[in-house]
Design a protein around this ligand. Structure first.
Ligand code: PLP
Length: 436
């Protein structure tokens, strides 16, 4: 692809900073629904959704109207100074969709900030220091969040010393463990291994009395689109209860319908007998359709154990972002986007499996809802990063925008807006089959 806007995008990016690495050469001029147009008028199917953010599609008319209305009313009313109606209404609305008992909320701007806020809360509320995160987890790029992140060395390389008190335990990733003789289908063995290692760490590295929280994603996102499972998350809950450790669910990527349930962890709570899984739930990306906003939810009595005034940020809970979030929740409900995510997600995953089988791709296809991915491997199971990069580039040349993820960058993922139609899924799969 050598259009004028492609060249301009490359120059533009280089002039910004060589630190910015762009996954595609596209210079986006406008977006509508599942599509992006570049400055030359070329149309792309956007199966990246701004990394899972534009859940209602680009520029959904109801989000645009809500934001425009709010811009003309009150753009910014800082919440430690004055309260505003969009934030109060959003607290009410989120209360309707959050798990029972997570009845106290506050807001910052990004996923990383929400992670930092949850760590502060956990440390202050328990008086303990250590935080256990899980191999392949991604929690962000700020120092605390980066310390908890093990989805790839680049996030942590060369910036140490990082936050202290971080301990990493295995995440049940059967396909990865299959390189060491475990069956890629044997989720049970991978889970036994992960929980056994966690118990060992609690005996040897991080005494329960020093451990404030576990932080876990219901689906490893940047780490390669690996869903957790019921036994694992139930096992974490049991250990949290036994030792007085808090369980932080990082639903930054999986929240607000992305996985085909409103919250990603709802897939895995069957074994809890109605008991709530999370002590703290954080969410961001799909919450406000592209406006920066993240939420931290916990029981009020837990929030009361932390220090008042120790949390927040100048732009946190911005009025326009809150208005966009309210409109997003309306659209998700009225257009049945959670259901659409489940149905289109199942079609997408089945289609990716068909393509992988037809092309005899070594690797694995996996995902949950509209988080669907193909891991590219060599015959011996080692990562084939070059094949993933070629497939991703070939897809974008053919008009389908995709991203890679995973520790070795060898997983190509599809994360379209939740408004994607069955026809658009078919179109994307056709391009994908051609690209690989
Ligand atoms: N947590 C998870 C699960 C994420 O996927 C991300 C971003 O991809 C973050 C935290 C960090 O969010 P942000 O990039 O908004 O800081």
């Amino acid at each position: 692809m050598t259009g004028r806007s492609t060249e301009r995008a490359a120059t533009h990016t280089a002039a910004l900073s060589p630190l910015l690495k762009q996954a595609t050469p596209v210079l986006a001029a406008r977006g509508e629904g599942v599509h992006i147009w570049d400055e030359d008028g070329r149309r792309y199917l956007d199966f990246t959704a701004g990394i899972g953010v534009t859940s209602t599609g680009h520029c959904h008319p109801r989000i645009v109207a809500a934001a425009q209305q709010q811009v003309g009313t009150l753009i910014h009313g800082q919440y430690t100074t004055v309260m505003h109606r969009p934030l109060l209404d959003l607290v009410e609305r989120l209360g309707e969709v959050l798990p029972d008992g997570l009845d106290s909320l506050f807001f910052v701007n990004s996923g990383s900030e929400a992670v930092e806020a949850s760590v502060r809360l956990a440390r202050q509320a328990t008086g303990r220091q250590n935080i256990v995160s899980f191999h392949g987890g991604f929690h962000g790029r700020t120092f605390g969040a980066a310390s908890l992140t093990t989805s790839g060395v680049k996030i942590r390389a060369g910036i140490g010393p990082l936050m202290g008190g971080q301990v990493t335990a295995p995440f049940p990733a059967p396909y990865r463990l299959s390189r060491y003789g475990m069956s890629p289908e044997n989720t049970e063995a991978a889970t036994d291994f992960a929980l056994g290692e966690l118990d060992f760490l609690l005996q040897t590295v991080t005494a329960p009395d020093d451990t404030a929280a576990f932080i876990v994603e219901p689906v490893l996102g940047e780490g390669g689109y690996i869903p957790a499972n019921e036994a694992f998350l139930t096992g974490l809950r049991e250990r949290a209860d036994r030792h007085g450790i808090l369980l932080i669910l990082d639903e930054v990527q999986t929240g607000v319908g992305r996985t085909g349930r409103f919250w990603g962890h709802e897939h895995f709570t069957g074994g809890l007998g109605g008991r709530r899984l999370a002590d703290v739930l954080i969410t961001a990306k799909g919450l406000a359709s592209g406006f920066p906003l993240s939420a931290i939810a916990a029981p009020r009595e837990l929030m009361e154990r932390a220090w008042p005034g120790s949390q927040g940020g100048t732009y946190g809970g911005n009025a326009v972002a809150c208005a966009a979030a309210l409109a997003t929740l309306d659209v998700v409900r009225d257009e049945k986007l959670v259901e659409n995510s489940a149905e289109r997600g199942a079609e997408l995953l089945a289609g990716l499996r068909r393509v992988a089988a037809a092309r005899a791709l070594p690797g694995e296809v996996r995902g949950l809802g509209l988080m669907a991915a193909t891991e590219f491997s060599h015959g011996d199971g080692s990562p084939d990063t070059a094949a993933a990069a070629r497939a991703q580039a070939a897809a974008s040349e053919r008009g389908l925008l995709l991203l890679t993820c995973g520790p070795a960058g060898n997983v190509v993922r599809m994360i379209p807006p939740l408004v994607v139609t069955a026809e658009q899924v078919e179109e994307a799969l056709g391009i994908w089959a051609d690209a690989v």
